[in-house]
Design a protein around this ligand. Structure first.
Ligand code: RI2
Length: 305
C-alpha cells in the first residue's frame, strides 16, 4: 500500500491501535523506499518529508505514530546518496516493526506475572499489549476471568472479546457504564496506552480515566501495558497532547436529534500518574514516576521536532 493509502486507512480507523498504526506507518515508508525511483537525494528527502507529514496528520494523539516514523528516519540527514538513504529507510523500517512486535511479546510475558491464578481482570477498548498479558497468563495455566468494556462508539471491545474467546479465555462483555459496578468483582485492571507523558500520565481510549478512578476507589491495582516508544518526549518541553475529536456521526445518526443539539466526541482521555500502579513495558514494570529516565535513555539520539 502507498503512503496515501496507509494514511487514509489510519484516519478511517481501518488500521487502528497505537502499536499497529506505528508499524503501518514505518512499513509505508519502507515500501516507499523500496518502490520509488529518485534522481537525486533532495527529491528523496522531499518525498520522505511529505510522507511523514501525511502519516503524522492521519491521527493526532498516539505518539507511537510519530515515534515509529522518527525511528524509521533516524540517520537520514547523514545520507548523501539515494542508494544509502534507500537502504537506511528499508533497514530502519524493518527494525522498528520487528522490535515493536517483540516488545508486545515481552510485555505479555512480563505483565502476565502480575496476574495471579484465579484473578479477575478488567480491560478497556482493544489493546494488543494488554491482551498479550492476559493471553500469556491464560496460556501459562492460570484460571482467569476477564471483563472487557464495549468501548463506545467504535465498540473495539467486540474485537477484544472475540480475540480472548478464540484463545479460550473466560471473557464477559460489559457496557462502559457498568465499569464502577463491576469493579467490585475485579482484582486488576489492565489497559493499553496511546501516549505516555513525561510526568507519567497515560493517554488512552476515552473512558480509561473512569476505570482508573473506579479502581482507585475500590483499591484495585490499575496497570498500563505499553511499549516504551509510546512515551512522548515533546511533553517534557510543555507540549500538550492533542486529544483527537472525531466526527459526530460516530455517536448519532443524522436526524436522530435536533440540529440545535451539539455533540462532542473526544477519542482519548488522560489518566494522571497518581492513579497508575505500574506500567508494564518491554524493559520491565516501571512506576509512572520513572518515565522521565526511560525517556532520556530510549530517545537520547532521536531528533524530535
Ligand atoms: P495497542 C487504541 O487506540 C486504544 O486506545 C488502545 O488502548 C491503544 O490504542 C493501545 O493499543 P485506537 O487506535 O498499541 O483504537 O496496545 O483509537 O494495541
Amino acid at each position: 500500500m502507498s503512503v496515501d493509502d496507509i494514511a487514509a486507512a489510519i484516519k478511517s480507523m481501518e488500521i487502528r491501535g497505537a502499536g499497529r498504526i506505528a508499524r503501518a506507518a514505518a512499513a509505508a515508508i519502507g515500501d516507499l523506499a523500496r518502490s520509488r525511483e529518485w534522481n537525486d537525494i533532495s527529491s528523496l528527502m522531499r518525498d520522505v518529508s511529505d510522507s511523514k507529514a501525511k502519516l503524522i496528520g492521519s491521527r493526532p494523539t498516539a505518539v507511537s505514530l510519530l515515534n515509529g516514523i522518527q525511528f524509521t528516519l533516524r540517520g537520514l540527514n547523514g545520507c548523501t546518496t539515494v542508494d544509502d538513504a534507500r537502504k537506511l529507510l528499508i533497514r530502519n523500517s524493518e527494525e522498528f516493526i520487528m522490535s515493536s512486535n517483540m516488545a508486545v511479546e515481552r510485555i505479555g510475558l512480563i505483565g502476565s506475572r502480575r496476574i495471579k491464578d484465579g484473578a479477575v481482570i478488567m480491560t478497556h477498548c482493544n489493546s494488543s499489549a494488554a491482551i498479550a498479558c492476559i493471553k500469556e497468563a491464560h496460556r501459562s495455566g492460570k484460571r482467569i476471568k476477564v471483563y472487557a468494556t464495549e468501548s463506545r462508539p467504535w465498540r473495539q471491545g467486540i474485537l477484544t472479546v472475540n480475540e480472548l474467546a478464540e484463545a479460550g479465555v473466560d471473557v464477559t462483555l460489559i457496557i462502559d457504564g457498568a465499569v464502577r459496578s463491576v469493579m467490585k468483582y475485579t482484582d486488576i485492571v489492565m489497559v493499553g496506552a496511546d501516549t505516555i507523558t513525561s510526568n507519567g500520565a497515560v493517554i488512552n481510549k476515552i473512558g480509561t480515566s473512569q476505570l482508573a478512578l473506579a479502581a482507585h476507589e475500590a483499591r484495585v491495582p490499575f496497570v498500563v501495558c505499553s511499549e516504551t516508544y509510546k512515551i512522548s518526549p515533546q511533553t517534557l518541553f510543555g507540549d500538550m497532547v492533542t486529544i483527537e475529536e472525531r466526527d459526530t456521526s460516530e455517536i448519532v445518526r443524522k436526524g436522530e436529534i435536533p440540529d440545535t443539539v451539539k455533540v462532542f466526541n473526544p477519542v482519548f482521555d488522560s489518566t494522571p500518574a497518581r492513579y497508575i500502579d505500574g506500567i508494564v513495558t518491554e524493559i520491565g514494570i516501571v512506576s509512572p514516576g520513572s518515565v522521565y529516565e526511560i525517556m532520556v535513555k530510549q530517545f537520547g539520539d532521536i531528533e524530535f521536532k
